[in-house]
Design a protein around this ligand. Structure first.
Ligand code: ZN
Length: 286
């Protein structure tokens, strides 16, 4: 379905030629101390391991000051990641503002931000074996914060069919099991994701969201430093490498793995978990 254009005004070209400005210049953001994180990581040992079966999701916990690594152990597999503050499900990952601050795809040094009114870093990306990918000739990049998540409602809207292993439903089932809450309650907490290992962009002609086969191979990983205590939920997308389709059992799917690493005591001296955003919350002048 294409958009219907209206007749252009006489100064259309002049209006189009206005030079854009960045919405959120981010050079005033606190720069994460990656060298300190890496030095701490060098001392860290694995403390927990979670395997996510294909077309399923699982929860995992990470203590502030620890690291978690998401790996494709067997082959290219897209993962849909939700993050919560461990003791407050109201504070959740804010994919839209993360996109506004860091761009459509995230990489080393970028933060994953929590929703309003908290708006603080939940995690910092410290390693990414796909950082070499950059941008391809189609405008595709890896690890996006634009794709929301595959869900059964959009699938039904477009096909009239029910499919129960979309990432939205996988995340819902995993959170319900973890929290001991009904599916309908858990569903309300599921939010837009970070698409790990997914290669996506927007078409230049129609501006439509596209995906293409993930460049990941067995052993590729992305690693994060947990800035606060986290509850993570990760779905192994039914789209597999997302090279053809999602929201069905047609694609080849692989598992994902999450490994938590805790550094030795004393390695993070001077570092402290970020506090909530300091806006006054008055929402009106005095
Ligand atoms: Zn998915």
């Amino acid at each position: 379905m294409t958009k219907t254009p209206t007749e252009a005004p006489p100064d259309a070209d002049a209006r189009r030629q206005v030079v854009p400005v960045i919405c959120y210049p981010n050079d005033t953001l606190h720069v994460p101390p990656l060298d300190q994180y890496r030095a701490a990581r060098d001392t860290a040992q694995a403390t927990d391991h979670t395997r996510i079966p294909p077309r399923q999701a699982r929860c995992f916990h990470v203590t502030a000051g620890s690291f978690f690594r998401i790996t494709c152990p067997d082959g290219a597999q897209v993962g849909d990641l939700n993050l919560f503050a461990a003791r407050n499900l109201d504070e959740r990952f804010f994919s839209g503002k993360t996109r506004a601050l860091h761009g459509s795809h995230v990489g080393i040094g970028n933060r994953l931000w929590s929703c309003l009114p908290y708006l603080r870093p939940m995690a910092t990306i410290t390693e990414d074996t796909l950082s070499w990918y950059g941008q391809d000739e189609f405008g595709g990049r890896v690890h996006d914060v634009i794709g929301t998540r595959c869900d059964p409602y959009t699938h039904h809207l477009l096909t009239g069919q029910d499919y129960h292993n979309t990432c939205h439903s996988n995340l819902t089932r995993a959170l319900a099991a973890e929290m001991g809450m009904p599916l309908t309650e858990a569903e309300g907490h599921i939010h837009d994701v970070l698409n790990v290992f997914m290669c996506t962009g927007f078409t230049r002609d129609t501006g439509q969201y596209f995906m293409k086969t993930s460049p990941a191979r067995a052993g590729d990983y992305i690693e994060f430093f947990a800035e606060i205590d986290l509850l993570g939920v990760l779905s192994a997308c039914p789209g597999g490498d997302c090279g053809a389709e999602h929201s069905s059992d047609a694609a080849t799917c692989h598992p994902l793995e999450v490994t938590v690493y805790a550094p030795k005591a004393g390695q993070l001296d001077g570092w402290y978990a970020p506090s909530y955003n300091r806006y006054s919350r008055r929402h009106a002048p005095e």
